[in-house]
Design a protein. Structure first.
Length: 351
């Protein structure tokens, strides 16, 4: 009996003096309560903003220095609309970096690539051409669909743009159409020939709902559920991060891309809408039948930068509600990254 008690005692002492398990055995150390509260508050704000829409909202933000990412519906697919032009620009600049294209190269304005609005009138002029630089400016600053489709063709088509994106390790973003065919799908038509103006006009006459949907900015629910030409907020965030980090483009091309995007003329009430006056923002919008998007990079007063992606789809409340959601999300992210306490345990990823 005594021997067994001694054995038990020594065993107890052995356990007492044994080294304690490492912190890793219990997982990473908990984040400070104030940090948890800041993150929880940001995500709660995203959810509150989303309630302003009767559709679906996706938001993703990332500190481009630490990689910290916070998102709401970050892995949900959304129609990109014209936000896909950010991927087109990346492919074009990659061609420039490879020496296969120059920014001062003149690209012919092929009448077969004309859609409507913007510079469509120029495509009927014999020998009309514009430089790659000017086409990029029209595409990213004015969201000109005609300029975009000239660049999509020079990029090698939609599939080449998708291959460029996936080659960067970005998953969840796909480009399946040029802008004309994207708009055809939004109208619910699939013409095999003829000019865009003729085909779109015929479709509008045959189905007055197309006109009503455009005039009242109503969602096209069947189009919004297609997987073509979609991205998750996180995937678009990854693409912006690849550009900004230098993984995708040379330093010169990255600087040129964001300089062009910094002069975006659309979406004045979206990402930039509630930020302090003078805040540097490089962004690109997208709008189409109940869809409102804005994606970009924001510079904080101390020089740090964060990326923000805000997508809204299937929304019937109108562009003012969508603009406000995007503006509120961008401002909440701005305040979070500027004022939240320094992260003690490295990058965090929340959804």
């Amino acid at each position: 009996m005594r021997a067994s008690r001694l054995a038990a005692a020594f065993a107890g002492f052995g356990l007492f003096f044994a080294p304690l398990p490492s912190a890793d055995a219990f997982g990473p150390p908990p984040r400070p309560l104030v940090e948890q509260t800041a993150q929880a508050k940001l995500l709660a704000e995203f959810e509150r903003f989303a309630a302003l829409s009767d559709g679906t909202v996706g938001i993703a933000v990332r500190d481009l220095q630490t990689g910290e990412t916070q998102s709401f519906n970050g892995d949900t697919l959304f129609p990109m609309a014209s936000a896909y032009k950010v991927a087109v620009a990346g492919r074009i600049f990659a061609l420039v970096d490879a020496g296969a294209l120059r920014l001062d190269d003149q690209l012919a304005l092929d009448p077969a690539l004309a859609s409507e609005g913007g510079i469509a009138w120029m495509f009927s002029r014999p020998g009309a051409a514009l430089s790659v630089q000017r086409l990029l400016e029209l595409m990213l600053q004015k969201s000109d669909n005609n300029a975009t489709d000239v660049l999509v063709a020079r990029a090698g088509g939609p599939q080449a743009i998708t291959r460029f994106v996936t080659g960067l390790g970005v998953n969840g973003l796909r480009v399946d159409s040029d802008t004309a065919h994207l708009l055809y799908r939004a109208m619910g038509i699939h013409p095999s020939s003829g000019s865009f103006r003729h085909n779109a006009g015929a479709a509008r006459r045959a189905d007055p709902m197309i006109v009503t949907r455009d005039m009242r900015d109503l969602p096209n629910l069947s189009f919004a559920t297609e997987i073509e030409d979609t991205s998750t907020p996180r995937a678009m965030l990854d693409l912006l991060s690849a550009y900004e980090s230098g993984r995708a483009l040379s330093a010169d091309s990255m600087q040129r891309l964001f300089t062009i995007m910094a002069h975006c003329e659309t979406g004045k009430h979206r990402i930039v809408g509630m930020l302090p006056p003078g805040t540097a923002v490089a962004h690109k919008t997208g709008s189409l039948n109940g869809t409102g998007n804005d994606v970009g990079v924001v510079r904080l007063p101390d020089g740090r930068r964060f990326a923000v992606v805000a997508f809204v789809m299937k929304d019937g409340k109108g562009h003012k509600a969508r603009d406000r959601i995007i503006a509120e999300a961008a401002r909440a992210a701005y305040d979070y990254f500027l004022y939240a306490p320094e992260r003690a345990h490295g990058p965090t990823h929340k959804s």
